[in-house]
Design a protein around this ligand. Sequence first.
Ligand code: FES
Ligand SMILES: [Fe+2]
Length: 459
Amino acid sequence: MYLLGVQLVMWHDGKDWHAAEDVCPHRLAPMSEGRVEADGTLMCSYHGWRFDGDGKVLDIPQATSEEMERARQNERSCLRGVRPVQTIHNVVWVWGERDGDADAFLRASNTPAKTFDELLTTTGHADGWSMRDLPYGWEYFMENVSDSSHVPVSHHGIVGNRDDAKPFRWIEDKEACDPDKNFDLKFKIDPPGAVEAENVEASHHFLPPCLMRIETVKSGGGKSLLALYCTPTKPGHSRLIGTTVTCPNDDGTMPGGFGPMAKMASIVPTFFMHIFGTAFINQDGVFLHHQEQNMAEQYRLRGEDWHKSCYLPTKVDKMNVAFRRWMDKHGAKSEDVGSRVPYEPEAPPLPPRMSDEELFDVYNSHTKNCTACSAASKNLAKARITFYIASAALAIAGAAVWAVAASSSPHSAASAFYKKCTFGSVLWIFSALSAFIGTVAANLREKLHYFPYSHQDNN
Ligand code: FES
Ligand SMILES: [Fe+2]
């Protein structure tokens, strides 16, 4: 995987996670093609060098004992760019910078990850994490999740209605919008609107470098929280890791959480919720990928960054302006897109526009890395074949029963004739039912691999 444009290898030694740059010090083969041995060491699959969790070489199979001893003394035998790693609340955190000295490594190892109380305590109910590799950069994701005004329009039919878009009532918090600090922006929701009537106030809190915490306060005193972590993987790409947390009302009851989503999540399988999540993500993805490309194009053609290329006449864009100012101050300058994430020098350039096939590719962006969805994909493939075969067998059996009924005389044994006809019809009904279930399984499986989305068709 990538972090800030650098390809990393990550492995679990049976106890802890480790991360290093994805290059073997011997002849630069990718370590991600390597194997984790039974003792937890990472072995390069090319010539068999083995490394411990600190990146130190433990064994070179072709070395004599003197050569091995010399190699152990030489730093060049170590894996490069070994990073401090923490695991908190089932999420693996990797330090973004490389090549610090031992003190810097220790400081980084002891730097607490950006989390928040409700996520780490049992105050609320946290759902499982979900991940997605997004076809657009980190800044476009953060900009998107700091912008509530798009929700009823872009997510029409899932969490809002495009006809309900309107101005917000703001609770001003000027100081917190200072680009030198974290963002903390609150606004009142006017029900009925983009969200449930139970919601009374929403706030977005940006904790650099990777967390957007979106809090919705409920009329009963409870709240629902969205923890959205985004990793800048490489230009034009980012990785979302998110979850929801629901905290109880003052009287101990649980509020509606994320409304229909929370209710659905409690009764349907995880993969089904992830398909639902794909629809939600694709509703924005189709904008954000092209928005990033358009912004880069404007910068290349006219030298215009967001100050000039975007026209922002309403107050609802306030947090986006704050975010862009923060990027101007803390981001890196680049020749091709203006302010952006400070990627490492070897980061690839912004890739060209993607085709729809790439943009809506669910398998590579999620399913292959998701335990629930990859298992569901296999099971749905089996279900599809099983039900199609059952449907064909039942149709043939039904036809055979009808043929037998037709060949016998209806006058000699009327009741037997009608029984055969009824039985044949029942077999055909079950055949149709099996074909229907097989088709549902095929369609669901398809959505775990490729899920195109069109706003024009979302009426
Ligand atoms: S390239 Fe890794 S052991 Fe040779
Ligand atoms: Fe999934």
